[in-house]
Design a binder for this molecule. Structure first.
Ligand SMILES: Nc1ncnc2c1ncn2[C@@H]1O[C@H](COP(=O)(O)OP(=O)(O)OP(=O)(O)O)[C@@H](O)[C@H]1O
Ligand SMILES: [Mg+2]
Length: 463
């Protein structure tokens, strides 16, 4: 048969079909038509060995987008880009891909888990209700249909759907744009969090680093464990050490490792406990709440009241006392124990994971009650640069695994205290293109100078 004939035949079949459809629509009453459709669908589903589940984008009661729908969309995105013929593209920031691809309407992709094959189809319903409005409302209702053989019903409903939702949510967390929040008044404002620090680039002894990474990962996966033992899903870290040893850098690395948002809580800008309460309620799950330099927020060391009582006894001049009280009333009225008690209370009430990190340069100044285990569960000391730490920096900054000047640096680092920040500054290439040897020699010079200075100070102290 020639191509022309095939088209002619196809044309007449189509015409006949359209004619039948038009007759059906014109002469069949509406209610009869819908009952024919209903019964034919019943018959089809009775004969078909497949079961179908629909996941709507918006559920009828709520106007918010269904979490299940977006988790499925994310889960299917990698499958879709490999299988579907028509894809939708969306621009995403801060992701390894420049655009996120998802399958277009009326596309179907297959998925297989534990040997069970399922099919996902995307579709949309366009609402037929006509509304007259100056602002036309988009009445498209999208959905995903999951189709599978009825013999797998148990596996699908009990295991597979949970797997899809969990996997989809964890991909969302990994891909989403993280935020860095700061408090202004009783609300948070945020900017995109784009700190590049990771645990790989952090100068630290490998075992210590592994211990911290394992601890964080174990925490992030321990929802069921915390629920079972009846504890709020939270963990407190205290980072202490001299300035420039990587405390802030480690917090950024933690956020990058877990994909959490960062809330940088500036306590001195918080007026009172009510404002603090509002701020803490305003934080989301998967958050790291950071309070830097708690020792500098003098009111929070637990000694404020004692100091004030003492001063009041000393100060008899009423004018001076009034002036002091006026300045004090402007500063924060929060006490650290109040803060921690409140955090304990809040966290006990909700099931989302939160990490709180405190940093300080002077751990010895803190009230032991405030950093007891259970509040600050893990105490991490960040100290001066060791040779192991130096090797990480040399690899990051200069791309060096080994150099003939390394042994000299190792012996100098053994006796001289230098912060990773100072080492990093010396390793920073000062010329284009950078010369590794010059950088290492600069570091040796800096180390020798620091050594000579420390020696002089020692001599002066003894003298
Ligand atoms: N352990 C480290 N690994 C890699 N880089 C580091 C490390 N410590 C410090 N640095 C570098 O030094 C700079 C300062 O470090 P960071 O701000 O983390 O110090 P800090 O301990 O928070 O200091 P401070 O107590 O003054 O807040 C960072 O920009 C980082 O590049
Ligand atoms: Mg810091």
């Amino acid at each position: 048969m020639r191509i022309g004939e095939i088209f002619a035949q196809l044309g007449s079949i189509l015409a006949a079909f359209m004619f039948m459809k038009a007759i059906l629509e014109q002469y069949f009453p509406h209610h009869l038509r819908s009952s024919v459709e209903k019964h034919s669908q019943k018959l089809l589903s009775f004969l078909s060995p497949y079961v179908q589940i629909t996941f709507n984008e918006f559920t009828s009661e709520r106007l918010i987008r269904s979490e299940a729908y977006s988790a499925i969309e994310t889960y299917l995105s990698s499958n879709s880009s490999a299988q579907a013929r028509r894809l939708k593209a969306d621009v995403v920031k801060n992701s390894s891909q420049a655009v996120a691809l998802s399958m277009d309407d009326n596309e179907e992709v297959a998925d297989e888990v534990s040997g069970v094959k399922v099919w996902w189809a995307s579709g949309k319903n366009i609402s037929k209700t006509q509304t007259f409005s100056f602002h036309p409302v988009n009445d498209e209702k999208r959905f995903y249909n999951l189709r599978f053989h009825k013999k797998h019903r148990r596996f699908i409903t009990e295991t597979y759907i949970n797997h899809v939702l969990k996997e989809g949510k964890s991909i969302e967390v990994r891909n989403r744009q993280r935020k860095l929040y700061t408090n202004s008044g009783s609300s948070w404002s945020h900017v995109p969090f784009e700190h590049p620090a990771t645990f790989q680039t952090l100068a630290m002894e490998p075992e210590k680093k592994k211990d911290i990474v394992d601890d964080l990962l174990a925490f992030s996966k321990a929802k069921d464990f915390y629920a079972r033992i009846g504890r709020a899903w939270k963990r407190g870290y205290l980072l202490y050490g001299p300035p420039g040893t990587g405390k802030s850098t480690m917090i950024a690395a933690m956020a990058n490792l877990l994909g959490y948002d960062l809330y940088d809580l500036e306590l001195t800008a918080v007026k009172d406990n009510t404002e603090l309460k509002k701020l803490l309620i305003g934080t989301s799950g998967k958050a790291i709440i950071v309070i830097e330099d708690i020792d500098c927020s003098a009111d929070l060391t637990g000694q404020r009241t004692k100091r004030r009582e003492k001063k009041e006894l000393e100060e008899d001049d009423p004018l001076r006392r009034m002036a002091r009280e006026a300045t004090e009333s402007k500063t924060s009225n929060i006490t650290l124990s109040g803060l921690l008690n409140f955090i304990d209370g809040l966290w006990s009430a909700c099931g989302v994971e939160r990490i709180i990190v405190f940093t300080t340069n002077y751990v010895e100044n803190l009230d032991p009650a405030l950093i007891r285990r259970g509040r600050m569960d893990k105490h991490i000391e960040l100290s001066y640069c060791s040779f192991e730490g130096f090797k990480v920096l040399a690899k990051n900054y200069l791309g060096l695994e080994w150099h003939h000047l390394f042994p000299r640096i190792e012996s100098l680092l053994g006796g001289i205290k230098i912060t990773p920040a100072d080492v990093a500054e010396n390793l920073m290439p000062k010329t284009v293109p950078g010369n590794a040897e010059i950088c290492l020699e600069n570091l040796i010079l800096a180390l020798e100078e620091a050594g000579a200075k420390a020696g002089l100070e020692n001599v002066a102290a003894i003298g």
